[in-house]
Design a protein around this ligand. Structure first.
Ligand code: PBG
Length: 325
Protein backbone atom coordinates (compact mmCIF):
# COMPACT_ATOMS: atom_id res chain seq x y z
CA UNK A 1 0.00 0.00 0.00
CA UNK A 2 1.48 3.35 -1.01
CA UNK A 3 0.83 6.26 1.34
CA UNK A 4 -2.58 7.68 0.68
CA UNK A 5 -2.60 11.22 -0.67
CA UNK A 6 -5.37 13.26 0.85
CA UNK A 7 -5.75 16.85 -0.34
CA UNK A 8 -8.22 17.26 2.46
CA UNK A 9 -5.16 17.77 4.71
CA UNK A 10 -4.81 21.21 3.09
CA UNK A 11 -8.37 22.15 3.99
CA UNK A 12 -8.86 21.11 7.58
CA UNK A 13 -9.13 24.59 9.06
CA UNK A 14 -8.79 28.24 8.10
CA UNK A 15 -5.19 28.51 9.31
CA UNK A 16 -4.09 25.70 7.04
CA UNK A 17 -6.22 26.91 4.13
CA UNK A 18 -4.80 30.41 4.35
CA UNK A 19 -1.25 29.09 4.77
CA UNK A 20 -1.39 27.35 1.38
CA UNK A 21 -3.58 29.95 -0.30
CA UNK A 22 -1.94 31.44 -3.38
CA UNK A 23 -4.42 33.91 -4.87
CA UNK A 24 -5.17 36.88 -2.67
CA UNK A 25 -6.81 40.18 -3.40
CA UNK A 26 -5.49 43.40 -1.88
CA UNK A 27 -6.78 46.95 -1.87
CA UNK A 28 -3.68 48.30 -3.65
CA UNK A 29 -4.57 46.44 -6.82
CA UNK A 30 -8.06 47.95 -7.14
CA UNK A 31 -8.93 50.74 -9.58
CA UNK A 32 -12.18 52.60 -8.87
CA UNK A 33 -14.14 54.14 -11.80
CA UNK A 34 -15.88 57.51 -11.34
CA UNK A 35 -18.26 59.30 -13.75
CA UNK A 36 -18.12 63.11 -13.81
CA UNK A 37 -20.75 65.45 -15.25
CA UNK A 38 -21.02 69.18 -15.84
CA UNK A 39 -23.30 71.25 -13.63
CA UNK A 40 -23.68 71.68 -9.89
CA UNK A 41 -25.21 69.68 -7.08
CA UNK A 42 -25.39 66.60 -9.28
CA UNK A 43 -25.30 63.14 -7.73
CA UNK A 44 -27.21 61.18 -10.34
CA UNK A 45 -27.81 57.49 -9.64
CA UNK A 46 -27.39 55.09 -12.57
CA UNK A 47 -30.47 52.85 -12.47
CA UNK A 48 -28.72 49.88 -14.04
CA UNK A 49 -25.71 50.19 -11.70
CA UNK A 50 -27.01 50.37 -8.11
CA UNK A 51 -24.56 52.27 -5.90
CA UNK A 52 -22.89 54.08 -8.80
CA UNK A 53 -23.60 57.76 -9.54
CA UNK A 54 -22.54 60.54 -11.84
CA UNK A 55 -20.96 63.40 -9.88
CA UNK A 56 -20.63 67.08 -10.66
CA UNK A 57 -17.30 68.63 -9.67
CA UNK A 58 -18.64 70.06 -6.40
CA UNK A 59 -19.30 66.48 -5.17
CA UNK A 60 -16.39 64.71 -6.84
CA UNK A 61 -13.90 64.97 -4.00
CA UNK A 62 -16.37 63.37 -1.56
CA UNK A 63 -16.51 60.31 -3.79
CA UNK A 64 -12.73 60.25 -4.22
CA UNK A 65 -12.33 60.46 -0.43
CA UNK A 66 -14.64 57.47 0.01
CA UNK A 67 -12.21 55.44 -2.12
CA UNK A 68 -8.99 56.83 -0.66
CA UNK A 69 -10.19 56.33 2.92
CA UNK A 70 -10.48 52.56 2.44
CA UNK A 71 -6.99 52.24 0.94
CA UNK A 72 -7.64 52.52 -2.80
CA UNK A 73 -4.63 53.98 -4.63
CA UNK A 74 -6.04 54.54 -8.08
CA UNK A 75 -9.15 55.88 -9.84
CA UNK A 76 -10.20 56.05 -13.49
CA UNK A 77 -12.25 59.04 -14.59
CA UNK A 78 -14.96 59.09 -17.28
CA UNK A 79 -16.31 62.46 -18.40
CA UNK A 80 -19.80 63.20 -19.65
CA UNK A 81 -19.80 66.62 -21.37
CA UNK A 82 -22.77 69.01 -21.58
CA UNK A 83 -22.39 69.31 -25.35
CA UNK A 84 -21.63 66.49 -27.78
CA UNK A 85 -20.77 66.91 -31.45
CA UNK A 86 -19.73 64.82 -34.45
CA UNK A 87 -15.99 65.11 -33.74
CA UNK A 88 -16.04 64.88 -29.93
CA UNK A 89 -14.59 68.37 -29.40
CA UNK A 90 -15.06 68.27 -25.62
CA UNK A 91 -12.73 65.27 -25.32
CA UNK A 92 -9.68 67.37 -26.16
CA UNK A 93 -10.80 70.69 -24.68
CA UNK A 94 -8.39 71.72 -21.90
CA UNK A 95 -11.45 73.12 -20.10
CA UNK A 96 -13.47 69.94 -20.71
CA UNK A 97 -15.18 68.08 -17.89
CA UNK A 98 -12.58 65.37 -17.47
CA UNK A 99 -9.69 67.84 -17.60
CA UNK A 100 -11.33 69.92 -14.87
CA UNK A 101 -11.96 66.79 -12.82
CA UNK A 102 -8.34 65.65 -13.15
CA UNK A 103 -7.03 69.06 -12.03
CA UNK A 104 -9.38 69.11 -9.05
CA UNK A 105 -8.47 65.62 -7.86
CA UNK A 106 -4.75 66.18 -8.53
CA UNK A 107 -4.85 69.35 -6.40
CA UNK A 108 -6.45 67.52 -3.48
CA UNK A 109 -4.55 64.21 -3.80
CA UNK A 110 -1.03 64.72 -5.15
CA UNK A 111 -0.17 61.01 -4.86
CA UNK A 112 -3.38 59.34 -5.99
CA UNK A 113 -2.90 57.49 -9.29
CA UNK A 114 -5.26 59.19 -11.75
CA UNK A 115 -6.14 57.27 -14.90
CA UNK A 116 -8.03 59.01 -17.72
CA UNK A 117 -10.20 56.96 -20.08
CA UNK A 118 -9.26 58.18 -23.55
CA UNK A 119 -12.04 57.71 -26.10
CA UNK A 120 -14.42 59.82 -28.15
CA UNK A 121 -17.69 57.91 -27.58
CA UNK A 122 -18.67 59.86 -24.45
CA UNK A 123 -18.14 63.08 -26.44
CA UNK A 124 -19.58 62.34 -29.89
CA UNK A 125 -23.22 62.99 -30.75
CA UNK A 126 -23.40 59.67 -32.64
CA UNK A 127 -21.82 57.72 -29.77
CA UNK A 128 -19.08 56.06 -31.81
CA UNK A 129 -15.50 55.88 -30.55
CA UNK A 130 -14.13 57.69 -33.60
CA UNK A 131 -15.27 60.00 -36.35
CA UNK A 132 -17.65 58.46 -38.86
CA UNK A 133 -18.61 58.87 -42.52
CA UNK A 134 -22.15 59.77 -43.57
CA UNK A 135 -22.74 56.07 -44.09
CA UNK A 136 -21.63 55.38 -40.54
CA UNK A 137 -18.23 53.82 -41.19
CA UNK A 138 -15.68 54.64 -38.53
CA UNK A 139 -12.62 56.43 -39.94
CA UNK A 140 -9.67 54.87 -38.17
CA UNK A 141 -6.76 57.06 -39.21
CA UNK A 142 -8.40 60.50 -38.98
CA UNK A 143 -9.49 59.56 -35.44
CA UNK A 144 -5.93 58.93 -34.26
CA UNK A 145 -4.84 62.55 -34.08
CA UNK A 146 -7.97 63.43 -32.05
CA UNK A 147 -7.18 60.66 -29.57
CA UNK A 148 -3.59 61.89 -29.34
CA UNK A 149 -4.86 65.43 -28.65
CA UNK A 150 -7.18 64.05 -25.97
CA UNK A 151 -4.33 62.16 -24.30
CA UNK A 152 -2.05 65.21 -24.25
CA UNK A 153 -4.83 67.37 -22.84
CA UNK A 154 -5.48 64.80 -20.08
CA UNK A 155 -1.76 64.57 -19.29
CA UNK A 156 -1.51 68.37 -19.15
CA UNK A 157 -4.35 68.36 -16.61
CA UNK A 158 -2.35 65.97 -14.41
CA UNK A 159 -3.28 62.39 -15.35
CA UNK A 160 -0.65 59.75 -14.52
CA UNK A 161 -1.96 57.15 -16.94
CA UNK A 162 -3.87 57.43 -20.22
CA UNK A 163 -6.21 54.53 -21.00
CA UNK A 164 -7.28 54.41 -24.66
CA UNK A 165 -10.53 52.42 -24.93
CA UNK A 166 -11.46 53.26 -28.53
CA UNK A 167 -9.86 50.24 -30.26
CA UNK A 168 -8.67 52.17 -33.33
CA UNK A 169 -5.63 50.52 -34.89
CA UNK A 170 -2.40 52.39 -34.20
CA UNK A 171 -3.69 54.60 -31.41
CA UNK A 172 -1.21 53.52 -28.76
CA UNK A 173 1.73 54.51 -30.97
CA UNK A 174 0.14 57.86 -31.85
CA UNK A 175 -0.64 58.61 -28.22
CA UNK A 176 2.84 57.59 -27.02
CA UNK A 177 4.52 59.77 -29.65
CA UNK A 178 2.30 62.77 -28.84
CA UNK A 179 2.89 62.41 -25.08
CA UNK A 180 6.66 62.18 -25.59
CA UNK A 181 6.70 65.13 -27.93
CA UNK A 182 4.94 67.28 -25.34
CA UNK A 183 7.38 66.20 -22.63
CA UNK A 184 5.04 63.76 -20.87
CA UNK A 185 7.52 60.89 -21.00
CA UNK A 186 6.53 59.75 -17.49
CA UNK A 187 2.85 59.46 -18.34
CA UNK A 188 2.00 55.79 -18.93
CA UNK A 189 -0.39 54.16 -21.38
CA UNK A 190 -2.83 51.54 -20.10
CA UNK A 191 -4.22 50.08 -23.30
CA UNK A 192 -7.56 48.38 -23.60
CA UNK A 193 -5.82 45.80 -25.78
CA UNK A 194 -8.17 42.83 -25.78
CA UNK A 195 -11.47 44.66 -25.79
CA UNK A 196 -14.44 42.75 -27.14
CA UNK A 197 -17.67 43.99 -28.78
CA UNK A 198 -19.71 43.02 -25.74
CA UNK A 199 -23.29 43.23 -24.54
CA UNK A 200 -21.91 43.61 -21.02
CA UNK A 201 -21.26 47.34 -21.59
CA UNK A 202 -24.98 48.25 -21.57
CA UNK A 203 -25.15 49.83 -18.08
CA UNK A 204 -21.96 51.84 -18.72
CA UNK A 205 -23.57 53.35 -21.79
CA UNK A 206 -26.50 54.44 -19.57
CA UNK A 207 -23.99 56.04 -17.21
CA UNK A 208 -21.97 57.74 -19.95
CA UNK A 209 -24.79 58.38 -22.40
CA UNK A 210 -22.53 56.77 -25.00
CA UNK A 211 -24.70 54.16 -26.73
CA UNK A 212 -24.09 54.34 -30.50
CA UNK A 213 -26.99 56.13 -32.19
CA UNK A 214 -26.72 53.79 -35.19
CA UNK A 215 -24.87 50.58 -35.92
CA UNK A 216 -22.62 48.90 -33.40
CA UNK A 217 -18.95 48.67 -32.46
CA UNK A 218 -18.27 45.35 -34.16
CA UNK A 219 -15.91 46.77 -36.79
CA UNK A 220 -13.49 48.10 -34.20
CA UNK A 221 -14.01 46.04 -31.04
CA UNK A 222 -13.10 42.33 -31.12
CA UNK A 223 -15.45 39.49 -31.95
CA UNK A 224 -16.09 37.32 -28.86
CA UNK A 225 -15.41 34.17 -30.84
CA UNK A 226 -12.28 35.32 -32.63
CA UNK A 227 -9.16 33.27 -32.02
CA UNK A 228 -7.10 33.65 -28.88
CA UNK A 229 -4.23 34.27 -31.31
CA UNK A 230 -6.03 37.38 -32.58
CA UNK A 231 -6.27 38.67 -28.99
CA UNK A 232 -2.51 38.08 -28.60
CA UNK A 233 -1.95 39.80 -31.94
CA UNK A 234 -3.93 42.89 -30.83
CA UNK A 235 -1.98 42.97 -27.59
CA UNK A 236 1.37 42.44 -29.27
CA UNK A 237 0.75 45.47 -31.49
CA UNK A 238 -0.20 47.64 -28.51
CA UNK A 239 2.90 46.51 -26.62
CA UNK A 240 5.12 47.18 -29.63
CA UNK A 241 3.59 50.67 -29.86
CA UNK A 242 4.39 51.36 -26.21
CA UNK A 243 1.58 50.07 -23.98
CA UNK A 244 2.77 49.92 -20.36
CA UNK A 245 -0.28 48.08 -18.98
CA UNK A 246 -2.66 45.69 -20.77
CA UNK A 247 -6.42 45.62 -20.13
CA UNK A 248 -8.60 42.58 -20.83
CA UNK A 249 -12.27 43.56 -21.12
CA UNK A 250 -14.84 42.28 -20.20
CA UNK A 251 -13.34 40.09 -17.52
CA UNK A 252 -15.60 37.21 -16.50
CA UNK A 253 -16.26 35.69 -19.91
CA UNK A 254 -12.61 36.30 -20.96
CA UNK A 255 -10.55 34.74 -18.18
CA UNK A 256 -8.76 32.54 -20.71
CA UNK A 257 -7.52 35.69 -22.45
CA UNK A 258 -6.38 37.11 -19.12
CA UNK A 259 -4.36 34.04 -18.31
CA UNK A 260 -2.81 33.80 -21.79
CA UNK A 261 -1.94 37.51 -21.67
CA UNK A 262 -0.21 37.00 -18.34
CA UNK A 263 1.88 34.19 -19.85
CA UNK A 264 2.71 35.93 -23.12
CA UNK A 265 3.63 39.45 -21.94
CA UNK A 266 5.60 41.13 -19.18
CA UNK A 267 3.30 44.14 -18.74
CA UNK A 268 0.91 44.25 -15.78
CA UNK A 269 -2.47 42.77 -16.74
CA UNK A 270 -5.66 44.62 -15.77
CA UNK A 271 -9.00 42.83 -15.47
CA UNK A 272 -11.84 45.21 -16.38
CA UNK A 273 -14.83 43.91 -14.44
CA UNK A 274 -17.38 45.77 -16.57
CA UNK A 275 -20.72 47.40 -15.87
CA UNK A 276 -22.91 44.47 -16.95
CA UNK A 277 -20.95 42.09 -14.75
CA UNK A 278 -21.48 44.47 -11.83
CA UNK A 279 -25.19 44.87 -12.64
CA UNK A 280 -25.78 41.09 -12.67
CA UNK A 281 -24.25 40.66 -9.23
CA UNK A 282 -26.15 43.63 -7.82
CA UNK A 283 -29.48 42.48 -9.24
CA UNK A 284 -29.10 38.95 -7.88
CA UNK A 285 -27.95 40.26 -4.50
CA UNK A 286 -30.88 42.68 -4.24
CA UNK A 287 -33.21 39.78 -4.85
CA UNK A 288 -31.58 37.82 -2.08
CA UNK A 289 -30.49 35.14 -4.56
CA UNK A 290 -26.77 35.30 -3.82
CA UNK A 291 -24.52 36.46 -1.00
CA UNK A 292 -23.05 39.63 -2.51
CA UNK A 293 -19.89 39.80 -0.44
CA UNK A 294 -18.97 36.16 -0.95
CA UNK A 295 -19.73 36.21 -4.67
CA UNK A 296 -17.79 39.43 -5.27
CA UNK A 297 -14.76 38.18 -3.34
CA UNK A 298 -14.83 34.90 -5.25
CA UNK A 299 -14.93 36.81 -8.55
CA UNK A 300 -11.99 39.02 -7.49
CA UNK A 301 -9.98 35.98 -6.39
CA UNK A 302 -10.72 34.39 -9.77
CA UNK A 303 -9.28 37.41 -11.58
CA UNK A 304 -6.08 37.20 -9.56
CA UNK A 305 -5.81 33.45 -10.13
CA UNK A 306 -6.32 33.98 -13.87
CA UNK A 307 -3.35 36.35 -13.87
CA UNK A 308 -4.70 39.85 -13.26
CA UNK A 309 -2.27 42.18 -11.49
CA UNK A 310 -4.85 44.95 -11.23
CA UNK A 311 -8.65 44.90 -11.07
CA UNK A 312 -10.75 47.75 -12.40
CA UNK A 313 -14.14 47.31 -10.74
CA UNK A 314 -17.24 49.21 -9.64
CA UNK A 315 -17.16 46.98 -6.52
CA UNK A 316 -13.77 48.44 -5.52
CA UNK A 317 -14.88 50.39 -2.43
CA UNK A 318 -16.89 47.45 -1.06
CA UNK A 319 -14.02 45.06 -1.74
CA UNK A 320 -11.52 47.31 0.04
CA UNK A 321 -13.87 47.58 3.04
CA UNK A 322 -14.41 43.83 3.19
CA UNK A 323 -10.68 43.20 2.99
CA UNK A 324 -10.16 45.45 6.00
CA UNK A 325 -12.79 43.68 8.15
C1 PBG B 1 -15.55 53.73 -23.95
C2 PBG B 1 -15.68 52.71 -22.87
C3 PBG B 1 -16.69 51.75 -22.69
C4 PBG B 1 -16.40 51.12 -21.50
C5 PBG B 1 -15.22 51.67 -20.99
N1 PBG B 1 -14.79 52.66 -21.86
C6 PBG B 1 -17.93 51.47 -23.45
C7 PBG B 1 -17.89 50.93 -24.80
O1 PBG B 1 -16.86 50.55 -25.36
O2 PBG B 1 -18.99 50.92 -25.35
C8 PBG B 1 -17.24 50.04 -20.89
C9 PBG B 1 -17.10 49.90 -19.43
C10 PBG B 1 -18.12 49.09 -18.74
O3 PBG B 1 -19.05 48.48 -19.31
O4 PBG B 1 -18.01 49.07 -17.51
N2 PBG B 1 -15.20 53.25 -25.19
Amino acid sequence: MFPETRLRRFRLNENIRSMVRESRVHAEQLIYPIFVVEGEEQINPIASMPGINQFSLDHLLEEVERAVSVGIKSIILFGIPAQKDAVGTEAYNDEGIVQKAIRLVRGAYPELVIIADCCLCEYTSHGHCGIVTEKGDVLNDPTLSLLAKTAVSQARAGADIIAPSDMMDGRVGMIRAALDQEGFTNVAVMAYSAKYASAFYGPFRDAAGSAPQFGDRKTYQMDPGCSVRQAMHETELDVAEGADYIIVKPALAYMDIMSKTREAFYQPVVAYNVSGEYAMVKAAAQNGWIDEKKVVMEIMTGFVRAGADLILTYHAIDVAKWLAE
